[in-house]
Design a protein around this ligand. Structure first.
Ligand code: MN
Length: 405
């Protein structure tokens, strides 16, 4: 199976080298794994002489993809997302652009020979165990040119930050990348009681990789609309600097201020109450933070006295009509993030109440929205602006076992 994956990558690289366009557009995710993926690919393609344009996305929104695929004859690369939507990308592409997908999430096969879905999930590896987005990009880069072996430590950072361990340790391809980085003296592995701790060796000393991952997550998430992802990629390739430290401190202060203000609003009666769901809407008040932050805010309050522990918790945030560096784009969409209190968590785990993975996607579908990451205890989808109240009502209907309409 693995041989097949490497053959598929070699085939894609052959095609890449014969493609007339010598510029590459990289679209990558904004978490630590996605930022390290973007950094690895940028360096690797630049080394091959390509002119690289890099765009960081919180999600591969269909509106963005439609605009991307207005182009023809280009080379388009997706990193740390898009594995599952290869069929949709194939439909949009229709053989016109060379597309490479370097994701590690659960994937579906491409239906366009010009769309190379190189997601290792299609070749027997598990993205939530064996291989991160960053390690996927790293192995692609090394297959393209062994000179890229020096990027192993960046791959290992993404793997640790994505947080998939077996008995507290990286395994499989992720582990191999980390061991390579250790050999290159850029990485250290320390045995601790419950597994391993990972350290990044830098010119200014050793940094715990989990801490460095948080640093990248902050740049990518809190700093999304403030050039944070660019700084994140720079930090991966060149190391942290006083400039990046300053940016991270400012972003932490921004997040604290915005969250504190929102908590004050909720205390002052900013809630809306349905029978089983308590919800609120931050409109555009979280800008310039990315839309991942509505989920992060729900995480902050879900265990506090701010919420009714017997109800589901939902927050809405408007998706700005802009992708940094890519330009204006009309989304007209709002993101909903849902969480639950520790009490409700127990109820869901015991099967006494419905999990968010059923409740939210079902209601979102009824309103023609877009479901993405839905798990039983955390879930997020998007719907058109103006449908917020109806989405809550649909969920109430589902909870009460009523039929559609
Ligand atoms: Mn990832």
């Amino acid at each position: 199976m693995l041989n097949k994956w490497f053959s598929a990558m070699e085939e894609a690289i052959r095609e890449l080298k014969h493609w007339p366009d010598k510029s590459i557009q990289i679209f990558h995710h904004n978490d630590a794994d996605g930022i390290t993926s973007g950094a690895i690919l940028t360096r690797a393609f630049e080394r091959q002489g390509y002119q690289v344009r890099r765009f960081c996305l919180e999600k591969p929104y269909p509106a963005v993809l439609r605009k991307v695929y207005e182009q023809e004859g280009r080379i388009i690369v997706f990193a740390d997302f898009a594995g599952r939507i290869a069929p949709m990308i194939s439909e949009l592409n229709k053989g016109r652009n060379l597309t490479l997908i370097l994701d590690h999430h659960v994937a579906e096969a491409s239906t366009d020979p010009k769309v190379h879905n190189l997601d290792p999930d299609l070749f027997g590896l598990k993205g939530d165990r064996d291989i991160s987005g960053s390690t996927t990009c790293y192995l692609f880069a090394v297959t393209m040119d062994p000179i890229n072996h020096d990027l192993a430590s960046i791959a290992a950072v993404g793997a640790v930050a994505d947080g998939f361990f077996v008995d507290g340790r990286l395994v499989s391809q992720n582990r191999d990348a980390a061991l390579e980085a250790v050999e290159q003296e850029k990485f250290a592995i320390k045995q601790v009681e419950k597994g391993e701790q990972y350290w990044l060796k830098t010119s200014t000393g050793e940094i715990p990789v989990l801490e460095f991952g948080d640093y990248l997550d902050l740049l990518g998430g809190v700093g999304y609309y403030h050039n944070g992802p660019d700084m994140g990629v720079k930090v991966c390739l060149e190391g942290v600097s006083p400039e990046s430290d300053k940016m991270v401190e400012e972003l932490k202060a921004t997040r604290k201020k915005i969250f504190d203000e929102e908590i004050t609003r909720l205390q002052a009666g900013g809630w809306k109450q349905a029978t089983h769901i308590q919800w609120f809407h931050v409109e555009n008040r979280f800008f310039p933070m990315g839309v991942k932050m509505i989920g992060a805010f729900c995480d902050v309050i879900r265990e506090t006295k701010l919420i009714d522990p017997n109800k589901y918790l939902a927050g809405f945030q408007i998706i700005p009509d802009e992708i940094p560096g890519f330009g204006a784009i009309k989304f007209n969409e709002v993101k909903i993030s849902m969480r639950v209190s520790p009490f409700m968590e127990g109820e869901i785990r015991a099967g006494r109440v419905m999990g968010l993975n059923i409740l939210l996607p079902e209601a979102t579908n009824r309103l023609g929205g877009f479901s993405d990451a839905c798990h039983s205890l955390t879930a997020a989808t998007t719907v058109a602006i103006g449908k917020e109240e109806r989405l809550i009502e649909e969920m109430e209907k589902i909870i009460q076992g009523e039929s559609n309409g």
